[in-house]
Design a protein around this ligand. Structure first.
Ligand code: NAD
Ligand code: ZN
Ligand code: ZN
Length: 341
C-alpha cells in the first residue's frame, strides 16, 4: 500500500510499504478515507522527536471504514465509518477505569514510531473496541477527522483551563489547535478571547471566529495587560509547544489563573518562569488530550453546529502529494491539510 514515512529531519517520503495485518484478536484493520497533518507531525518532521525511527509510517488523525476485525472485536464491524483517538487505549487499566484514558497503562500512539501511522491506505488499530468510535451519519468526514485529535484536544484544553462566564481568555498560538481552542473557549461565554500569533493570516482567521487578534511580538504582554485593565487573562490556553510560548502564556495569566498547555513538550529541562507561577498563584496544566473522555460531546457539538472544525481546512491533497503537504504546512503556507489516499 501507499504510505507516508519519516526519513530524516525535513524529509518525509511517499512510498510503497507492506499492508498491515491483524496481529491480535482485538485488532481491526481500517481502510483510511481521510487523514490529516498535525502540528505534532511537524515536531517529528523538524527532528524534535529523535525516537521516531526512519521508515516509521506517520499520521495519527484519521477517518475510515473498518475493513477487517479480529475474533474478539464486538463493538465495531466491517463497513462501519469510524474515527480513532490518536492513541490506542485499553479501557480496563486503573487509569482508564478512572476516565484518564490519556494515561492508559497500555497507551500506544499512532504514527510516532509506536504504532504504524495512518497517513496510509490502511492502518492496524489495536484494541479496536475502545480505540475506534463510530461516526454519526450527520457528521461530515472533514469535521469528524479532527474529532480524533485536535478538536478533542482543544476542547479538553479549554475544559482544563477552567473558564467561567465573564472571564477573559488568551490563546497563545492560532494554528489549527489554537483556532479550535478559540471555538471551544467560546462555549463558556467568556467576555473576550485574545488570540496571539505571529502569522497575520492566522490572526485574521482567529478574528473571524470572534477572537481579538494580538500580534505575538515584544508588546504582546503589555497589550493583553492593557486590554484586561492590568489584570491579565484568567485562563490561558497555550497551543504551540515551545519554551517561548509557554512562558508567554504564563506571563499573560491573571492572579489565580490557569495556564492550560495543549502544546507537545519533548524537553525534560525546559525553563519555566516559576517565580511568576508562585507570585501570581497560577495553575499550570499540560498533557495529551484525553480524547476518549470528550469525543462524544465534541461530535455532538459539531453536529449541532456549535463547533465548526471544517472551517480551518485549507487544503485537500492526494496522499501521494504528502511531501509537498509537509513543506507547505511547515512554512505556514497551509493551515490544515487533509490527505486523501
Ligand atoms: P502549528 O505549528 O500549525 O501551530 C502553532 C502556531 O503557533 C503557529 O500558527 C505559529 O505561528 C504560532 N506560534 C509559534 N510560536 C509562537 C509564540 N511564541 N507565540 C505565539 N504564537 C506562536 O500546530 P498545531 O497543529 O496548531 O499544533 C499546536 C501544538 O499542539 C503542537 O505543539 C502540537 O504538537 C500540539 N498538539 C498537542 C496535542 C495533545 O494531545 N496535547 C494534540 C494535538 C496537537
Ligand atoms: Zn496531533
Ligand atoms: Zn488503559
Amino acid at each position: 500500500m501507499r504510505a507516508v514515512t519519516f526519513q530524516a529531519p525535513g524529509e518525509v517520503r511517499v512510498g510503497t510499504v507492506s499492508d498491515p495485518v491483524l496481529r491480535e484478536p482485538t485488532d481491526a484493520i481500517v481502510r483510511v478515507t481521510l487523514s490529516a497533518v498535525c502540528g505534532s507531525d511537524l515536531h517529528i518532521y523538524n527532528g524534535r522527536f529523535p525516537r521516531v525511527p526512519p521508515g516509521a509510517i506517520l499520521g495519527h488523525e484519521f477517518l475510515g471504514r473498518v475493513e477487517e476485525v479480529g475474533s474478539d472485536v464486538t463493538r465495531v464491524s466491517p463497513g462501519m465509518r469510524v474515527v480513532a483517538s490518536f492513541f490506542s487505549w485499553c479501557g480496563t487499566c486503573a487509569a482508564c477505569l478512572a476516565g484518564q484514558m490519556s494515561q492508559c497503562q497500555h497507551l500506544e500512539t499512532f504514527g510516532f514510531g509506536q504504532l504504524a501511522g495512518a497517513q496510509a491506505e490502511r492502518v492496524r488499530v489495536p484494541r479496536a473496541d475502545t480505540t475506534l468510535v463510530p461516526v454519526p451519519d450527520a457528521l461530515a468526514d472533514e469535521a469528524a477527522v479532527m474529532a480524533g485529535d485536535i478538536l478533542s484536544t482543544a476542547f479538553f484544553a479549554a475544559e482544563r483551563a477552567g473558564i467561567r462566564p465573564g472571564d477573559t481568555v488568551a490563546v497563545v498560538g492560532a494554528g489549527p489547535v489554537g483556532l479550535l481552542a478559540i471555538q471551544c473557549a467560546a462555549l463558556y461565554s467568556p467576555v473576550a478571547i485574545l488570540a496571539l500569533d505571529r502569522v497575520d493570516e492566522r490572526l485574521r482567521l482567529a478574528a473571524s471566529f470572534g477572537a481579538r487578534p494580538v500580534p505575538a511580538d515584544a508588546d504582546a504582554t503589555a497589550a493583553v495587560r492593557s486590554y484586561t485593565a492590568g489584570k491579565g487573562a484568567s485562563a490561558v490556553i497555550e497551543a504551540v509547544g515551545s519554551r517561548e510560548s509557554l512562558n508567554l502564556a504564563i506571563a499573560l495569566a491573571a492572579p489565580f489563573g490557569t495556564v492550560s498547555a495543549a502544546g507537545v513538550f519533548a524537553e525534560r529541562d525546559l525553563p519555566v518562569d516559576m517565580a511568576r507561577l508562585f507570585n501570581r498563584d497560577l495553575t499550570l496544566r499540560s498533557g495529551l488530550g484525553n480524547v476518549p473522555a470528550v469525543i462524544g460531546r465534541v461530535m455532538a457539538l459539531t453536529v449541532a453546529g456549535r463547533l465548526q472544525p471544517q472551517r480551518i481546512v485549507s487544503h485537500r491533497m492526494p496522499l501521494d502529494e504528502a511531501e509537498e503537504a509537509y513543506r507547505r504546512f511547515d512554512r505556514r503556507e497551509a493551515l490544515k491539510i487533509l490527505l486523501m489516499p
